[in-house]
Design a protein around this ligand. Sequence first.
Ligand SMILES: Nc1ncnc2c1ncn2[C@@H]1O[C@H](COP(=O)(O)OP(=O)(O)OP(=O)(O)O)[C@@H](O)[C@H]1O
Ligand SMILES: [Mg+2]
Length: 259
Amino acid sequence: MAADGRGGDQAVSARAAEAAPDGALLVVRDLHAGYGGQEVLRGITLCVRPGEVVCVIGPNGAGKSTLLKTIFGFLRATRGAITFDGVSLLGRRPPEILRSGITYVPQGISTLPNLSVDDNLRLAAYVRRDRQVRDDIERLLDAFPALRARRRLRARTLSGGERRILEVARVLLLDPRLVLLDEPTIGLSGAAVEFIYEKIGEFRRRGLAVLLVEQNARTALRHSQRAYVLEQGRVRFEGGGEEILQHPEVRRAYLGGRA
Ligand SMILES: Nc1ncnc2c1ncn2[C@@H]1O[C@H](COP(=O)(O)OP(=O)(O)OP(=O)(O)O)[C@@H](O)[C@H]1O
Ligand SMILES: [Mg+2]
């Protein structure tokens, strides 16, 4: 485990930033971004490989959502690099980033409340240009039986958990190579949380890469291959999911110190 980018040794962090991690799909190097004049991300370096769930945890205001927004092009980086499959994402806008194979589920609810479950899925598939969409929706509804049972209902009549599941289903329908998920399990029951992680696991085993922000750190770490702990816009710790889960300082600060 290594502390990263904590001011000080610029030369060391610059060298680390140059080494392209093996097989990484998403590479973020020395990323700086913020709002107006206020810098929120202060030199973030991380990567995600295909078939990997990577989780980002950290206190409120650490910059986790800002990181995902910047990767997806909603916010402009002021310094650093973001590459996806070797191609720079800097200066690209969200629709272009979406077409390149990245999907994003922002924090909070993003389904369209007055459309049916079916229409929410069809709308999500709108950016796809192939004719497989109907078949894919059927397959997806097989994987998410709660949605099949409610496919003609308006999204606003779903429970919070069902809506969250619809959101995750929507992004998977786009057949992305990388999914950015901002707190997908917040407010959900234990069973719904497990269900979402089970689905993320299935897609991961088929090669999907997932960058996941979570408040529910303990559960997220258990389901992640690797993790980064953000503090005040910097990576404070990084390591394997289990390794971070066991790290005494992380446990004290973020996991309530319990097993
Ligand atoms: N649209 C915005 N305009 C100005 N400042 C913002 C904006 N969004 C976030 N910030 C600020 O940026 C900082 C990081 O916010 P961010 O939402 O990235 O944190 P977070 O780690 O996702 O927190 P949480 O766990 O509460 O979701 C905070 O200080 C926040 O006030
Ligand atoms: Mg957030």
